[in-house]
Write a protein that binds this ligand. Structure first.
Ligand SMILES: Cc1cc2nc3c(=O)[nH]c(=O)nc-3n(C[C@H](O)[C@H](O)[C@H](O)COP(=O)(O)OP(=O)(O)OC[C@H]3O[C@@H](n4cnc5c(N)ncnc54)[C@H](O)[C@@H]3O)c2cc1C
Length: 392
């Protein structure tokens, strides 16, 4: 007898896909997740122990309502999982007084009535002694900022999805998909085929392999993270160290307090500006240039944190030209929706993106305002795309 088609298949069970699987399963769907590696692996974009979450959003105040829902959903997931996934330590968005990291963060707080404090550099260093920014720095402190534990979040979403009846196949690499006459979606791996009423594509850095138009607008980029052994460990405890984004002469950086004794973690946005192929990226090699852009930053701006390097990790951003996400239906196939191009700031949204993808897959629309993330906006030419359904 032929297998009954799935209600929904989720292609890619990382940050976004695990959340989509959870929301679809909780709505009673017969849902299958297909993942080419294991759950919470280190080959994609959602590993490395911590991810910043914050409400002050210089990228665009339109993200703030999504963030409010995201916080709610993370807390709901936490209470169901019985473990802490979200740690609050405050967030600090810093830069020269006229730079948008400070000004637009402040604007997002004013526009959405978020609690905040605008602080000069002397106040920042007096309050959080690890920080040693240039004298003209201004910082926007928002007390609800903090960090998520991404691997634990993915596992919690998957566990809760499975508890609600979702099925999961790991170590399965999807090679292609197509819409059959009649509307069912067929996915093929090397040795199997799957049929579904609807498809959610959440393939991260691999998205362009399933939506070839994304190749030019959702571009994977190599990133490197470091953990240093602080020389003054007390300065880097979460009680005394908000997560930060900052603009300094050397570029835009972000960082975290020491969590679980792993050290002071930070990275530079668009690390060395290197495009990456997710299938061939060398995730082990760390060059002298990699070390230089990280270690010099710590020596200059966090001198009490600039001890020996404990660990480096390679990861990938997937950047769009305007650095906003793309969440939409496929331009030709209403039964296919996708979320891609998270441009280095997506993980904090995974919980609400899962809810949105479930809405799009099941209802065709969502109550969340995601108009600014649609696929046919300026610079994202997906609306004019031809049929797009194969990968290598
Ligand atoms: C170094 C670094 C630091 C970051 N810091 C932050 C931060 O502080 N805060 C924040 O909010 N965001 C941050 N981000 C961004 C955030 O982590 C990403 O936007 C987010 O994790 C992307 O999730 P995703 O689901 O799109 O990708 P992934 O989690 O990589 O998931 C995609 C999944 O699809 C699977 N897949 C792909 N192709 C196939 C196939 N053919 N068959 C089956 N499965 C397939 C992959 O194996 C993978 O599991 C950071 C990213 C990096 C790299």
């Amino acid at each position: 007898m032929k297998a009954k088609p799935w209600d929904v298949i989720v292609l890619g069970v990382g940050g976004m896909g695990s959340a989509a699987l959870y929301h679809l399963a909780r709505r009673g769907q017969r849902v299958l997740g297909l993942e080419q590696f294991g759950i919470a692996h280190e080959m994609g974009s959602s590993h490395g122990l911590t991810r910043i979450i914050r409400l002050a959003y210089y990228e665009d105040p339109a993200y703030v309502p999504l963030l409010c829902r995201s916080y709610e959903l993370w807390r709901e997931l936490e209470s169901g999982a019985g473990e802490q996934l979200l740690h609050i330590c405050g967030s600090l968005d810093c830069g020269p007084a006229n730079d948008e990291i400070f000004t637009a963060s402040l604007q997002s707080c004013i526009e959405h009535g978020l609690e905040h404090e605008a602080l000069g550099n002397a106040e920042i260093s007096a309050r959080w002694p690890a920080y040693r920014f240039p004298a003209d720095t201004m910082g926007l402190f928002q007390p609800e900022g903090g960090f998520l534990l991404p691997e634990a979040c993915i596992r919690a979403h998957v566990n809760a999805a499975q508890a609600s009846g979702a099925e999961l196949h790991t170590d399965v690499r999807v090679r292609e998909w197509q819409v059959r006459p009649g509307g069912l979606v067929e996915l093929r791996t090397d040795d199997a085929a799957y049929l579904a009423q609807r498809l959610v594509i959440s393939a991260g850095a691999w998205a362009g392999q399933f939506l070839p138009e994304l190749d030019t607008v959702a571009i994977p980029e190599r990133q490197v993270l470091v953990w240093l052994q602080p020389q003054e460990p007390a300065h880097f405890k979460a009680e005394r160290f908000p997560v930060f984004n900052c603009l300094v002469d050397e570029g835009r950086y972000y960082g975290f307090p020491d969590f679980a004794g792993q050290g002071f973690k930070f990275g530079r946005y668009h690390h060395l500006d290197e495009p990456a192929d997710p299938d061939t990226l060398d995730r082990e090699r760390i060059s002298a240039a990699d070390k230089r852009v990280l270690l010099q930053f710590a020596q200059r701006y966090f001198p009490t944190g600039a001890g020996p390097a404990l660990l480096y990790k390679v990861c990938m951003f997937t950047n769009t030209p305007d650095e906003h996400f793309i969440i939409d239906h496929h331009p030709q196939h209403e039964q296919v929706c996708f979320a891609a191009g998270f441009s280095g700031h997506g993980f904090k949204f995974a919980s609400v993106v899962g809810e949105i993808l479930a809405d799009l897959a099941l209802q065709g629309s969502t109550r969340h305002d995601i108009d600014f993330l649609r696929a046919d906006r300026e610079m994202i030419p997906l609306a004019t795309a031809g049929p797009s359904n194969t990968t290598n």
